[in-house]
Design a protein around this ligand. Structure first.
Ligand SMILES: Nc1ncnc2c1ncn2[C@@H]1O[C@H](COP(=O)(O)OP(=O)(O)OP(=O)(O)O)[C@@H](O)[C@H]1O
Ligand SMILES: [Mg+2]
Length: 378
């Protein structure tokens, strides 16, 4: 049995912060996340204080590792602020609101220099094909001539390395920054590259919330027209915080057509509304099924639901992608259909979606639109 948050906190209370107070009273400790015996938390301090806090981080990690039922522990020491700089609460892309920052203040995430627009691909519900859509959309954007990055923000279940068949670890530059990996011409970063075995210095113990900030801040993204972020599924506090931690130009909601999925899609739209991120549109995935044998078409989930829902909510409908064996096989084997069958109908569908997304972003991929007004029924 894994220990509870309270048991972990009790053990951390025995560790003194540099000023002698218990770590748990220092105000630097984030929320503690325990999943299947894996424990994550972060200690956020001023950049100048990092050396003094490193022994505290080590002691905290050792203490939790020694607890019965703990399989792994990751403790991130994150430099929240540069010395002499105010906390980033007033920065334009930051948004105040519920769930801001794990410790009650917004993080200092900003769009990396040179990155023109960051867009999230999200869904209310898991397993609707968000990552598949994100990867193929990114490749579609690449095909229409944009420089594209891909950030896998699904901290719990990163799938982008697999979908793009990327192996190995990112290189570090000067011991402090990471080079993104390459996948079919996309610049890619995922927590999946970093979490197992020995992680590079700056990543030691990436933790749910700070990992995202680090993947934005400590990665040499270079010049990008657009960065596509594959979000974790759901619309809970963790997702809301993530939506706030990334200065998003817009969000794309992926849904399957059936009613239940659409209810979740609506929640997703509402979540982005709460943090003032414009919804660029809805993609209907697994929209219909074309039988490879007879060519007949079946509307397994009642095709068209997402289009109607988009109309009802006044958000753009970006396109539909069929449920097709080729998409599943190519996706799961790291050969995404847009890259491996660029002349096929699926690649064309994803490119059409990509074109709409680019147009939404104003051609030059700069965020210009006011968020659509969304009214959610109780
Ligand atoms: N249009 C499609 N046709 C056939 N299979 C698809 C399609 N879209 C996605 N899939 C398959 O469905 C499964 C789930 O897709 P994916 O991992 O992209 O979903 P997800 O929403 O990112 O899931 P999670 O919530 O776990 O992150 C995968 O096996 C994928 O290959
Ligand atoms: Mg996914």
């Amino acid at each position: 049995m894994a220990p509870t948050k309270n048991e972990i906190a009790a053990s951390l209370a025995k560790i003194p912060a540099p000023d002698g107070r218990p770590l748990t009273d220092s105000g630097a400790l984030s929320d503690i996340v325990v999943t299947d015996g894996k424990v994550f938390f972060s200690i956020s301090v001023d950049a100048a204080a990092v050396p003094r806090w490193e022994p505290v981080r080590k002691a905290a990690e050792a203490a939790v590792r020694g607890m019965p039922g703990v399989q792994s522990v990751m403790v991130a020491l994150t430099a929240e602020r540069a010395p002499g700089r105010a906390p980033a609460g007033g920065d334009a892309p930051r948004r105040a609101g519920p769930g801001a920052g794990a410790r009650g203040g917004p993080s200092s995430a900003q769009a990396p220099e040179g990155v023109k627009a960051i867009i999230a691909v999200a869904s209310g519900k898991g397993g609707v094909g968000k990552s598949t859509t994100a990867v193929n959309l990114a490749l579609g954007l690449r095909d229409i001539g944009l420089k594209v990055g891909m950030l896998d923000a699904d901290i719990y279940g990163p799938s982008v390395p697999k979908l793009l068949a990327i192996r190995g670890r990112p290189q570090t530059i000067g011991g402090t920054r990471l080079l993104p990996m390459d996948g079919y011409g996309l610049k890619v970063m995922s927590i999946g590259f970093l979490v197992e075995e020995e992680t590079p210095m700056i990543w030691r113990g990436p933790m749910v919330m700070s990992a995202l900030t680090q993947m934005l801040r400590d990665v040499e993204w270079g010049a990008l027209d657009v960065m596509v972020v594959d979000m974790p599924p759901g619309t809970g506090d963790a997702q809301l915080t993530m939506a706030q931690q990334v200065p998003l130009a817009g969000a794309i909601i992926v849904s399957t057509p059936q009613d239940l999925a659409l209810i979740d899609a609506r929640r997703g739209i509402a979540m982005f509304g709460r943090v003032n991120v414009p919804v660029l549109g809805i993609v209907e995935n697994m929209s219909y099924f074309l039988c490879p044998q007879c060519g007949g078409r079946s509307d397994i989930f009642g095709h068209g639901g997402a289009r109607h829902e988009a109309e009802r909510l006044g958000v753009p409908f970006l396109g539909e992608v069929p449920l097709d064996m080729a998409i599943r096989e190519t996706s799961d084997s790291g050969r995404p259909v847009v890259a491996t069958d660029p002349d096929g109908p699926h690649a064309a569908a994803y490119r059409a979606i990509a074109t709409k997304v680019r147009d939404q972003l104003g051609g030059g991929a700069s965020p210009v639109r006011p968020p659509p007004k969304i009214v959610i029924e109780a």
